[in-house]
Every structure is written in C-alpha cells, then in structure tokens.
Design a binder for this molecule. Structure first.
Ligand code: UDP
Ligand code: MG
Length: 335
C-alpha cells in the first residue's frame, strides 16, 4: 500500500496532463459558498470532515486536501463557526468576502483561491448528496476534467420550482443555449479547467453556461436531491429571475433577432391593413369610422415598441456593466 501511495504522489503531482491518473491520492478542495448558514453549517462540516477522513483512509485523496468555506458577507454567526472549525481542524479553511456578492461570485472566489488538483463545489445546505464526491474523484482519476452532479429527480422541489425550471431549460434551448439538464453548481473541475475559466473576464460569469463550452473530457454522476437540511433558501425569486435573465442575455443574441422579426411582421401586418382599408373605401364603399381599427393598433404597436426597447435595454445595460470591468468580489480574510 505504501508503495502505491508513493507512486501516486509522484504521478498525481506530475504536470504532464497526458499521463493517465490510474491511482489516487488526489489533492481535493471542496468549495462551499455560505450565506447566513449558521443553522446547517455544524452538520455540513461534520459530514464533510467525515467524508474526507474516509477518502483519506482509502488513499483516494491526499492528506492536504481541504474544505474551503466562502463566507459571502453573512450577517449571522457563519464566519464565527468557520473560524472555530478552522481552529479545530487543519483541513478546514475560510475565505471571507467583504460583503454579500451573490452565490456565483462566492463560488468563484472559492474556486479561484482554493489550491488542489481538483475542486468540487457544493452548496452548504446538504441538498446535494455529498457521498457523490467519491464518484466524482474516481471520475477524475479515470481522466475526466469536468464532472457534473445531476439530480436524478426533483421530488424535493416545489411544483413551482420544477415548473419554472422546466420552462427555463426550454426557453434557453430555443435561444440556442445548451445547459446540462438538472445540473446546478455541484460539480468537479480539474486545475486545468479552472485555469481556463480564469480567462473568461466577463464580470457576470454564468458558470452553468460557460463550463459546457470549455470542452475537455466530461462525465456525469447522478444523485437524489434532498430538502434543505435547515434554514431557509437564500435564493429568493428575485435572485432566481436575475440569474435566469443572466443566463439568456450572456449567451444568446436571439432576443435581439426576435425584435427584428417582430418589427418585420408588424410592418407587414400594417401594410395589409392599408390594403384592407383601401378596398373598403373604394371597392366596398363602406368606411365606417371604426374605433377598434384605430385604437387597437396604437396599443399593439406601443406594446411591441416597449418590449423591443426593453430587450435592447437589457443588452445595453449588460454591455455597460461589462465595460466598467468592476471586480467581482473583495476578500477580507483568508484562514
Ligand atoms: N449563497 C451565497 N450567497 C448568496 C445566496 C446564497 O453564497 O447571496 C449560497 C448559500 O449559502 C448556499 C448556496 O448558495 O450554500 C445555494 O443557496 P440556497 O440553497 O439557499 O439556494 P436554493 O437551493 O434554495 O436554490
Ligand atoms: Mg439549496
């Protein structure tokens, strides 16, 4: 066993990406974004440490593997808890952002600052089955660079969440954006993949859309998603909608094309109306001064114009925010 481990040490740390990683002892970093998670954190930490210990015993991951909690500007005792865990275990680390920057940014802060040959990102609320991490690391050792955790069912989600999620995947598909179905941000990424990710400079990084575009050998592991262990969802409808809109406007210009087509068809329609009016006047000689025919188009065209300017505005605001190149987050403290 000892021999295998030494061999593994030499090979896993090798910079040669073409070498097969048949063995083990992978340096794993688990990144957990946390926003006001004092209620779940004790249980999450207990389970994650337990999992790491078993993976270390079997030599699957290395001794210097660790958990990296990112405190996304929590206002409860989250940071205090993280500091305690850090004091008790050398495997627990904390990254504290200067204020709340949202889940995606907290995730990036963790992924970009955690060392490790591989990084697994997972939510703090234990909705995702942590035991799948083993399979993910196995998948990495078999040569995969990205491994998606995918929910095999959404039984634990409310009807509303399931319905809106379905609708969202449909819309995105229509817009030409291919997302991994039923995959959130539970995934493994290799060091190489993270280095590639760093080259995306856009401020609003929609990871679920970008990562499938990177390429590399990819695998999927399935798990049952359970209910939040404790506490409330930190993703209210408003944040969900913002993320959804980001997903569309960051990846697709089809809404802009739609405006063009809409304009085209409405113009065509109004031309037809002119013909109809002319026929009415000269052929049928029955021009009844109609209320509907004059008022309805005003609303109709007005609505379309507002919609079109709105969509243009969405893209313009996106371009505007991107030109500022504002930093995504500031780190206040790392332990
Ligand atoms: N989260 C975060 N910053 C935020 C909102 C959420 O870091 O502004 C974290 C949160 O602590 C959790 C993960 O993102 O670990 C997912 O949030 P949540 O479970 O509340 O979302 P849901 O599962 O309800 O969509
Ligand atoms: Mg959750």
């Amino acid at each position: 066993f000892r021999k295998t481990k030494d061999l593994a040490d030499n090979l896993t740390t090798s910079n040669n990406p073409h070498l097969p990683r048949l063995f083990m002892n992978t340096n794993l970093a688990i990144v957990v974004p946390c926003y006001n998670e004092e209620e779940v954190l004790p249980e999450t930490n207990r389970r994650l440490l337990g999992l790491m210990a078993t993976m270390q015993e079997t030599g699957l991951i290395s001794e210097n593997s660790g958990i990296y909690y990112v405190d996304d500007g929590s206002r409860d005792r989250t940071w205090e808890l993280i500091s305690n865990y850090n004091a008790k275990s050398s495997s627990v680390h904390g990254i504290r952002l200067s204020r709340n920057r949202g889940h995606q940014n907290a995730l990036l802060a963790g992924v970009f600052n955690a060392p490790g040959d591989v990084v697994v990102s997972i939510d703090a609320d234990l909705q995702d089955d942590i035991n799948v991490i083993k399979e993910m690391v196995d998948g990495f050792n078999e040569g995969n660079e990205i491994i998606y955790g995918v929910r095999s069912s959404r039984k634990s989600d409310t009807f509303f969440k399931r319905f809106t999620a379905q609708l969202y995947y449909r819309i995105l598909k229509l817009m030409g954006v291919d997302l991994v179905y039923n995959h959130a941000d539970y995934r493994l990424m290799s060091r190489r993949v993270i280095d590639c990710l760093k080259e995306y400079n856009e401020v609003n990084l929609f990871l679920r859309g970008i990562i499938p575009q990177l390429g590399f050998r990819t695998a999927t592991v399935f798990y049952e998603r359970s209910e939040r262990y404790a506490g409330e969802s930190k993703y209210p409808l408003s944040k969900m909608l913002a993320l959804a809109a980001d997903g569309i406007t960051s990846f697709s210009v089809i809404p802009l094309h739609m405006i063009t087509w809409l304009g085209f068809f409405v113009s065509l329609g109004s031309l037809a109306m002119v013909v109809w009016i002319l026929i009415g006047k000269f052929a049928l000689n029955s021009t009844i001064p109609g209320w509907a025919s004059s008022v309805l188009p005003i609303y109709f065209i007005g609505g379309i114009q507002l919609l079109s300017t709105g969509i243009l505005g969405e893209y313009l605001s996106k371009a505007y925010m991107e030109t500022k190149r504002r930093p995504r987050y500031f780190i206040e403290e790392i332990i």
